[in-house]
Structure formats: C-alpha cells, structure tokens
Write a protein of this length. Structure first.
Length: 144
C-alpha cells in the first residue's frame, strides 16, 4: 500500500479540520496514519520521502498545524521526540523502559471524558491522557 492509497481518507480528515488538503498535507497525514500507532516526525519524514520530496522543516510545520487544528494527536512524553497519531477519543501508554508509545482505547481504561467533565462541571474539548510505566517486555526483563 502506498501513501496515496489513503489520500481520500487524509483529504476528508483535513477538510473536517478546516484545512486545505494540499498534496504535502495529504502525504503527511497519510504517513502518520500508516504508522499504525504513534510515530515521530523523523519517521513521518522517512515515510513521505519514499514517494514524495519534502524537506524536514515543512514536515514539522505541517505536523504542528495538524496538531493545533485537531486533525492529529501530538503526544509528549518524558522523551525528547514528540509522537503523532490519528484517531479521536483515545489515550496513550509510554514505556519508561524502552520508550515505546502505544495508543489505548479509553474504554480499555474505563475513561469517559464526558463523564469526567460532567462530574467536574467543566466543558472539556480535549483530553490528553498519557499513562507511564513498563510495557510487558520491559517488566519481564526487570523481573517485575
């Protein structure tokens, strides 16, 4: 599958976010989606460069714009590199052993952002929940 195979889905995501679906944006969104989980800007750039010429600064600017407009998620962990993924209403787990970040459905952790907002009397537009600890492999290696 090439990045352009998912161009229509990327175009729709960009339009829902109120962004013009330019080729560069479509390529970046497609590369994020192709990652099957959170990816770094460097991984996005490498994926885009397989089919399209685009410089590093442009990729970073597009990722920032997409995150600001809510088209993609930006995940900050204790690591230096930020990660990006597509999809709404989910959280993330950051392994402090190996550094891997993975998406977790909010239902899996029994997290309902509207219930939390209602109980606090707040109008919540976005939740950025990052769980940290050791993944199964790192926990086994640590003898935990």
């Amino acid at each position: 599958m090439t990045l352009l195979d998912s161009a229509e889905a990327a175009r729709e995501l960009l339009e829902r976010a109120g962004l013009e679906p330019t080729l560069n944006r479509i390529m970046v969104v497609s590369a994020v989606a192709a990652g099957h989980g959170p990816v770094t800007a460097g991984e996005v750039l490498a994926e885009v460069l397989r089919e399209h010429k685009l410089n590093r600064v442009t990729v970073y600017r597009i990722l920032d714009l997409l995150a600001e407009k809510g088209a993609i998620n930006r995940i900050s962990s204790g690591e230096r590199a930020q990660h990006y993924c597509v999809g709404r209403a989910h959280s993330h787990f950051h392994c402090t052993g190996c550094g891997r970040i993975q998406c977790i459905a909010n239902e899996a952790i029994r997290f309902d952002e509207s219930a939390v907002a209602d109980s606090l009397g707040l109008l919540v537009s976005h939740v950025d929940l990052v769980l940290e600890g050791l993944c199964r492999d790192c926990a086994r290696a640590a003898g935990a």
